[in-house]
Design a protein around this ligand. Structure first.
Ligand code: 3MF
Ligand code: MG
Length: 346
């Protein structure tokens, strides 16, 4: 039943950055934490997403220190009127996550990942969200024979079960990506993680965050992926962005590469009342390295604008006409109709 969608927007502090990439140093001034927080509302965003170490300066400190810093961040976001959407354990930068987290070969590394996940849950509780997002960046292989793949699946489920047992209120959302930084990621797509949800001790608390670019990198269509997760009642967040073909994860502004593909995502979200249960529209977009300091948030405000403009197009699309063209099996005309809507001609 369409008509109940509520679109509130969120992003993470990493979406405002200095432009450094793997081939070159920063090209913009570092934006300090307080400056970033002050930008959210100005840019039209109500929700904030966090890695564990976006909340606290380090997780490898005594628990009291984590609690103190997390409370301080809670005070800051409350002061800005921001809603925390999720906390994600950053299991890809620390020396003990070189070989992955939950699926690392060394038991000490696996224990580090589990302990860090428990800390992320503690931080989420202090900051005021029940959502833990897992982007399992380094769970996978460069060399096929380097891990026991069956055992990796078992370990992954055990890690999620551990989190569900550690806190009976939290929810775990998988954000799947097929490659980068790994050659082959374990659980590369939404479908893989969905199957895992049902193997856990409490499937009702395990769901999905879909990132458009991640689906595209897997050769899949983001809108169809989203609809599939919605069918399972498991689309609990999205990371909208765009992607120009099968290369590195570009995190381009939403709709900037393929407007029709963006329309299709908005259409699915609108038709299925996305946001009516409090879900956020996350925009995981990256400023181009060429942007100057004073215009280095355009990717966020433009993505939001494009999304909202597409909502207007979606609302106007003639559903009867779509039904008629479907019934007549005239999909060429249907395609033309949608393209003309997007060109403002229909
Ligand atoms: C990588 C991503 C990540 C996740 C983030 C939150 C750094 O391609 O999309 O961004 O979105 O870690 O889970
Ligand atoms: Mg993302």
């Amino acid at each position: 039943m369409a008509g109940k969608a509520v679109f509130r927007f969120s992003f993470g502090p990493w979406n405002i950055h200095d432009g450094a990439d793997v081939f070159g140093p920063p090209v913009r001034k570092k934006v300090e934490r307080a400056q970033k927080l002050a930008l959210y509302k100005k840019l039209g965003f109500d929700g904030i997403q966090f890695h564990d170490d976006d909340v606290v300066s380090s997780v490898d400190v005594p628990h009291d220190q984590i609690v103190k810093e997390a409370k301080e961040m809670k005070r800051l976001i409350d002061g800005e009127g921001l809603i925390p959407e999720f906390v994600a354990p950053r299991l890809w930068e620390h020396p003990q996550t070189i070989d992955g987290g939950y699926t690392a070969n060394d038991p000490k590394d696996r224990e580090y990942a589990l302990e860090r996940s428990r800390k992320a849950i503690d931080i989420a509780n202090i900051i005021g969200t029940r959502n833990i997002v897992l982007w399992p960046a380094r769970e996978g292989v460069y060399v096929n024979e380097s891990k026991d793949h069956r055992l990796a699946s078992e370990r992954f489920v055990a890690a999620v079960d551990m989190m569900l047992g550690y806190d009976k209120n939290i929810r775990v959302l998988g954000e799947m990506k097929p490659n980068e930084p790994m050659d082959h990621a374990y659980l590369p797509t939404t479908g893989h993680f969905l199957a895992l949800c049902y193997k856990t001790v409490d499937p009702s608390r395990v769901g999905i965050l879909i990132e458009s670019a991640h689906a595209l990198l897997a050769g899949l269509d983001p809108a169809i992926e989203m609809a599939y997760a919605i069918y399972h009642g498991k689309l609990w967040s999205v990371h909208l962005n765009d992607q120009n073909g099968l290369k590195f994860d570009e995190d381009r502004a939403f709709g900037a590469v393929n407007l029709k593909r963006a329309f299709d995502q908005v259409f699915v979200l609108w038709e299925n009342d996305f946001g009516a249960s409090g879900e956020f529209v996350g925009l995981d977009v990256k400023a181009l390295r060429t942007q100057k300091d004073d215009v280095a948030t355009r990717h966020l405000s433009n993505s939001r604008k494009i999304f909202l403009d597409l909502v207007e197009v979606v609302k106007k699309v003639d559903r009867k006409k779509i039904e008629q063209l479907r019934a007549a099996r005239d999909y060429e005309e249907l395609e033309y109709y949608i393209v003309s809507c997007l060109m403002g001609r229909a």
